[in-house]
Design a protein around this ligand. Sequence first.
Ligand SMILES: *Cc1c(COP(=O)(O)O)cnc(C)c1O
Length: 368
Amino acid sequence: MKPFIDLKAQYLNIKDEILEIINEILESSHYILGENVRKFEDEVKSYLGVKKAIGVASGTDALHLALKALDIGKGDEVITTPFTFFATVEAITYVGAKPVFVDIDSRTYNIDADKIEEKITPRTKAIIPVHIFGCPANMEKIIEIARKYGLKIIEDAAQAFGAKIGDRKVGSIGDIGCFSFYPSKNLGCFGDGGMVVTNNEDLADKIRILRNHGSPGRYIHNTVGLNSRLDEIQAGILRVKIKYIDHYNELRRKKAAVYTKYLSDAVITPDEPTNVYHVFHLYSIRSDRREKIMETLQKHGIPSVVYYPIPMHLQGALKSLSHKEGDFPVAEKISKEIFSLPLYPELAEEEIFQISQIILRCLQENYS
Ligand SMILES: *Cc1c(COP(=O)(O)O)cnc(C)c1O
């Protein structure tokens, strides 16, 4: 079986730099909250064009800390998408707030901004748009709604480091932006890691204290926080990789375009709204013959994965919200048709051609 994402190919290309920085950190014996975390936070600030960046232990913690910093809790409602990775919703439940879902747009698979307003109640405190698969959500409309109703915006940019709307990078557009550096993300480390970014200094100060046991100074605790720090080795690895992120994203876009060229007449290929820079964390296509195509690919040693087969409102863990099939028809339909093909910066174009040919042949045979 070929890899779905070839993390080793990427490592081998930057191996010397990675080993050098890891060795430096090991020799320094400074493993938690040292100069690499500080420098990586500075590099993220200048890359995204934000005032503050705080390294944390994961993308899930980034969301949890963002909600805590905004004092969102019991009795509050947070609007988000049912078509995401579970962590988005998990974080809302961590603070005791209620996730309120809004169906998605059938082309970008992001929250349908035109359906947000009808879900707003006096208890609504925030909106969490997710830039799914690396495609920015409709932030212009979401900001307009947030202003009108006095809501906060937390961007879940876990899949979209470097994605843009115009020349604004996602994560820098709402009140708080949250990133994940899980190894398979488009900017990934070699373990768990995350980042919270904001232009609001008070929120940044709060998050900085909350990530370290609510401690503003040694053995002083004014609030209860988390143990959620990005560690030095992961920060060091990310300092090497962030230098190449624009190059990696460009390669992802180029390879996505090759797939689209071959496949757009046979399946539903990803959309890129005007003025948007999609970073293709995943290359996801739709077909009503998904199972057949996936099975055929599998037979040829090509992996493909369904992101995501069950929308959030139908997850067992969220039974208490009493949702049922039919509540979010677009998300449900897309979960039944969508699947992702191998895509990573080092993937050969010849390979994309072959994968596409297998899909096209499979669909032709299926017709006759
Ligand atoms: C990966 C991911 C997260 C969680 O990030 P972790 O670093 O794995 O905790 C949150 N939201 C989305 C959309 C993700 O893809």
